[in-house]
Design a protein around this ligand. Structure first.
Ligand code: NAP
Length: 229
């Protein structure tokens, strides 16, 4: 579809990002799919269609990679209408009393700096399109979780979303924070019970993206329904 809008997704190789790629493809978007696992991205591009999607290798902790990602999107489709800033990683147990300190740098690098780098690399294009920024935060970035550096990074993501919305006020760009509860994805070593499916979160992203231009969905918190007692 030559005139289709273009959605760039980070963390598109699995879980929420991959499910959102499939859902957005179903709504007619062209897709730029970014992550480190190019084998998985290539398989997803084949599934969606090489005329509709392109895979880009990108480590979100590397700003040069992020710039190359944005350049590749423009080279292929000529525009970026929306970005789903979704790449993220989990922490190690133990809290501030016992988690390995070296585990915290990667959390900060991926979940906070990675988000900021993506925004810095693509905002020029999203602004030109009067487009949409959707960011994966977490319910962990809205509530108190005991001893969780992961939650601290997601609180920072919430703050980035709120601050970005103010920065972009008057540009026509909309900003949506997606805040899932537990989702059954490879994020967890063992499948969690009573969790959402990645498709459940993907629908919320598509919901935000497909609202009319005058409707700005600020944040969506999506939790699994508590099990029937
Ligand atoms: N699962 C949950 O319960 C849950 C709940 C709330 C929020 N979230 C958030 O949802 C987002 C997606 O997670 P998910 O549950 O879908 O887990 P997932 O299946 O593990 O997906 C994580 C994605 O992030 C990418 N990624 C990780 N580190 C990266 C790096 N350095 N550079 C580029 N990409 C990187 C991974 O791709 P590569 O490894 O191929 O690079 C993968 O595509 C994350 O931001 C997570 O914090 C998850």
């Amino acid at each position: 579809m030559p005139d289709a809008k273009v959605l760039l997704i980070t963390g598109a190789s699995s879980g929420i990002g991959a499910a959102t790629a499939r859902a957005a493809a179903g709504e007619g978007w062209n897709l730029v799919l970014a992550a480190r696992s190019t084998d998985k991205l290539d398989a997803l591009v084949r599934e969606i269609g090489e005329d509709r999607a392109v895979a880009v290798a990108c480590d979100v902790t590397d700003y040069d990679d992020q710039q190359r990602m944005a350049d590749a999107a423009i080279e292929r489709f000529g525009r970026i209408d929306a970005v789903f800033v979704n790449a993220g990683t989990g922490g190690k147990p133990g809290g501030f009393s016992g988690a390995p300190p070296e585990s915290w740098r990667m959390l900060v690098d991926v979940n906070i700096l990675g988000v900021a780098y993506t925004l810095r690399a693509v905002l020029e294009h999203v602004k030109a399109a009067r487009g949409h920024v959707v960011i994966t935060g977490s319910v962990a970035g809205r509530r108190v979780l005991a001893g969780s550096m992961y939650a601290a990074t997601k609180w920072a993501v919430s703050a980035i979303g709120y601050g970005l919305r103010e920065e972009l006020r008057g540009t026509g760009v909309r900003v949506t924070l997606i805040e899932p509860g537990m989702v059954d994805t490879p994020f967890f070593d063992a499948p969690p019970s009573d969790a959402l499916r990645p498709e459940d979160v993907a629908r919320s992203v598509v919901y935000a993206l497909t609202q009319p231009p005058g409707v700005d969905v600020h944040e969506l918190t999506i939790l699994p329904t508590p099990p029937v007692a």
